[in-house]
Write a protein that binds this ligand. Structure first.
Ligand SMILES: Cc1cc2nc3c(=O)[nH]c(=O)nc-3n(C[C@H](O)[C@H](O)[C@H](O)COP(=O)(O)O)c2cc1C
Length: 240
């Protein structure tokens, strides 16, 4: 065990922040750590929009479905797939291939996780805001995203004003397969459902009944933002 791994193992999303700002030096370090992440084919396809304008923060909080911490966090970063800069370098680039959108989404996630981990290592906390994809066109317009640049998610960062429990993850034996795919064991899931039911019932806030399986049934048995393909296509992405 070392301090990096200890930080990773203590991760939990933070949704309540003190009013204390993140210093310029800390933010600079956090962003440098984020940008140091691996990059598919060294394409460097991510842009981060740091949103400081309170009116824009308010609008983004509403677009994300009324997530107030988007307004109150010390920092709010919006991670975008960005092939606009590549297009500016050479009008011959072809950002429309779905493979490049996958690359962009993967790389944005990797850069964001480096960013969050760096913040957590400094005693700060944060949460991703996929809720921005509730209203991608509105986010686009508000932030002036050009063609070939598409919003993926936001991230709140700040000084934690809460100390939530760690959310139990699926056990390694479910997530890690050796040599070939192993079907899901009912017993493993029953044990995990018992663990998550207990977590949901006893956690510090937002207590509820139900298990992880119930959560999955509720979350994945309905449509998932069916307009996203049209949004990406409207940005010139994933049309081929
Ligand atoms: C890409 C992504 C988008 C997310 N979007 C939101 C969001 O919009 N609002 C929110 O409160 N949490 C959001 N989360 C946080 C997850 O709900 C959280 O990571 C998950 O429940 C596990 O909890 P933990 O991070 O505390 O371990 C998002 C996480 C990821 C990775």
């Amino acid at each position: 065990m070392n301090t990096v791994i200890e930080t990773m193992l203590s991760h939990r999303s933070i949704r309540k922040f003190t009013q204390q700002a993140i210093s310029f030096e800390q933010l600079d370090t956090i962003l440098s750590a984020g940008i140091s992440a691996s990059s598919s084919s060294f394409l460097q396809t991510t842009s981060i929009i740091r949103v400081t304008d309170p009116q824009k923060r308010k609008a983004l909080a509403e677009f994300a479905g009324g997530q107030q911490y988007v307004e109150t966090a010390a920092e709010f970063l919006v991670f975008c797939i960005d092939y606009q800069r590549h297009f500016q370098l050479s009008p011959e680039v072809k950002p429309e291939f779905t493979e490049l959108t996958l690359i962009g989404a993967i790389d944005a996630g990797i850069m964001a996780q480096n960013t969050l981990l760096a913040a957590e290592s400094l005693g700060l906390g944060g949460v991703y805001i996929g809720g921005l994809r509730n209203a991608p066109k509105e986010v686009d317009e508000l932030l002036g995203l050009p063609k070939y640049c598409a919003v993926m998610f936001g991230m709140c960062l700040g000084h934690p004003d809460q100390d939530p429990q760690i959310k139990p993850r699926l056990p390694q034996k479910v997530m890690v397969h050796q040599d070939s795919y192993q079907p899901l064991s009912e017993q493993d899931i029953a044990e995990y459902d018992a663990e998550t039911s207990h977590y949901y019932q006893t956690r510090g806030s937002n207590q509820k009944t139900g298990s992880w399986s119930d959560h999955i049934h509720g979350r994945l048995s309905k449509e998932s933002r069916p307009y996203i393909r049209d949004y990406l296509n409207s940005k010139g992405l994933a049309t081929k």
